[in-house]
Design a protein around this ligand. Structure first.
Ligand SMILES: Cc1cc2nc3c(=O)[nH]c(=O)nc-3n(C[C@H](O)[C@H](O)[C@H](O)COP(=O)(O)OP(=O)(O)OC[C@H]3O[C@@H](n4cnc5c(N)ncnc54)[C@H](O)[C@@H]3O)c2cc1C
Length: 411
């Protein structure tokens, strides 16, 4: 049994004064790394070590999970079996119970072989951690093991037509009807609501309370009568977002997450996870590496000096960003307090790099990259999609506001 369990070695706590323990820990972590490496060599199919071209190159799980290839399914199944979709979650809730240090090693080894994510999942990235922290025992038992096995696909019901950056202005109403909440209202930009099984939804439960105090979070089964998700067709040709309507939707009382009227704090917690995820390019899957873009040049060299300089600038910023992410991960592992507003910093840096990467790919592709028909057009669509990184999970401007207040102390 080589799994490094969270409680056995106390990773994540400061290690001063624990020299013996620290040596042991290093040995165990080295063993763990060796074993992870071997396991990945045997279990991650070659096809799953190639870059994803977009978010459709990995499965999303759910009640009606779809897999594009046998390799994708095999990779997903093996990681589920290993419990490594949620490596840090407690074993009783379907995770592997790994320590922060072991989770970091696992992430490094996956990155080393450039493994695709076995699943893309708002359950794992956003609502799972919130249920783990704020949920009742019953909610943990009901939802977490299914998220950890990729069996349920979640969507995020936050934005509304009049509430995006100013999210706390949301109006979707949840009335207390004793054994249930009666939900009426509308969400917008709900990614993949039409394909999702459950939604974590921000509602106004106390209309008399001040803006941020009257908000709650409900966990809503998308098959409940009265919910309609209408996809919105986008410039990229896809229809990833929905307008989601609630018409007298009855949600069981016990589906309230955390305390009633205290949902704003949970929403901020979920948003910080979302921003880390977007900033960490987990959404895109394979982490980009310096030199990747240059390697796609037709003759291995940019003929144009401006493009060469832009590629070099991009690679340098990418190396600095990876070093910053590593420092943040080390701080989390060692229990040091992270930089204030860290998710917003990560989000803005990651979004900027993502947009530059896709723009450079267009420059490298030349006129062929400008195609926008059914067979071609992948580069142009991906480029258009990348612009949304500056908006999703809170816009770049709003993140600067958060950084100005929380990290720089500006009013
Ligand atoms: C790819 C993608 C996926 C998304 N998925 C979801 C989802 O699954 N669920 C969900 O609920 N929402 C989702 N959203 C919505 C997203 O959260 C909102 O679009 C975002 O919060 C911005 O809100 P808005 O579109 O209403 O823009 P607005 O808030 O109207 O902002 C318009 C412009 O004004 C600027 N602005 C606004 N306020 C300020 C301020 N105080 N200071 C400076 N500038 C400001 C903004 O930066 C922006 O440029 C998604 C969006 C995208 C692009």
């Amino acid at each position: 049994m080589w799994t490094i369990l969270r409680d056995v070695h106390g990773c994540g706590r400061p290690m001063s004064g624990r020299v013996q323990g620290a040596c042991r820990l290093t040995e165990d972590i080295n063993d763990f790394r060796r074993n992870v490496r071997e396991w990945l060599a045997d279990n991650c199919p070659e096809e799953m070590r190639t870059p994803m071209k977009g978010e459709f190159d990995a499965p999303w799980g759910g009640r009606v999970a779809q897999f594009d290839s046998d390799a994708q399914k095999m990779w997903f199944d093996r990681m589920v079996e290993r419990r490594w979709l949620a490596p840090d979650w407690p074993e009783e809730y379907g995770g592997a119970g790994l320590s922060a240090a072991a989770v970091q090693v696992l992430a490094e080894e996956l990155r080393r072989i450039r493994a695709r994510p076995p699943i893309l999942s708002e359950g794992l990235w956003m609502i799972g951690p919130a249920i783990l922290r704020f949920g009742s025992d019953a909610q943990k038992r009901e939802h977490l093991p299914r998220i950890a096995r990729g069996q349920i696909r979640w969507c995020q019901g936050f934005s509304e037509p009049g509430a995006g950056s100013d999210l706390a202005s949301l109006k979707t109403r949840a009335e207390d009807r004793g054994d249930h909440w009666l939900v009426n209202g509308q969400k917008v930009w709900t990614s993949y609501a039409h394909d999702s099984d459950w939604m974590f939804c921000l509602v106004r439960s106390e209309p008399e309370a001040s803006k941020r105090e009257g908000i709650s979070i409900l966990l809503i089964d998308m098959e409940t009568p009265g919910i309609e998700a209408r996809p919105i067709r986008l410039i990229s040709g896809h229809a990833d977002f929905c307008e989601t309507f609630f018409d007298d939707v009855r949600v069981p009382r016990d589906n309230l997450l955390g305390e009633r009227g205290r949902g704003w704090n949970i929403a901020k917690y979920i948003l910080s996870h979302e921003r880390e995820m977007i900033g960490g390019s987990e959404f895109e899957g394979v982490t980009p590496a310096p030199g990747d873009l240059g390697a796609t040049l037709p003759r291995g060299e940019a003929p144009d000096g401006m493009l060469r300089a832009a590629l070099a600038d991009y690679d340098i910023d990418l190396i600095a960003y990876e070093a910053f992410k590593k420092r943040m991960a080390d701080e989390v592992t060692s229990g040091t307090s992270p930089l204030p507003a860290m998710p917003s910093v990560l989000k803005n840096l990651g979004a900027d790099l993502e947009m530059r990467r896709k723009e450079l790919a267009m420059s490298i592709g030349g006129s062929e990259a400008l195609r926008f028909d059914e067979e071609g057009g992948a580069a142009a669509r991906t480029w258009l999609r990348s612009r949304s990184s500056a908006i999703a999970g809170g816009t770049t401007e709003v993140q600067w506001n958060i950084i100005a207040r929380a990290a720089l102390g500006l009013k």
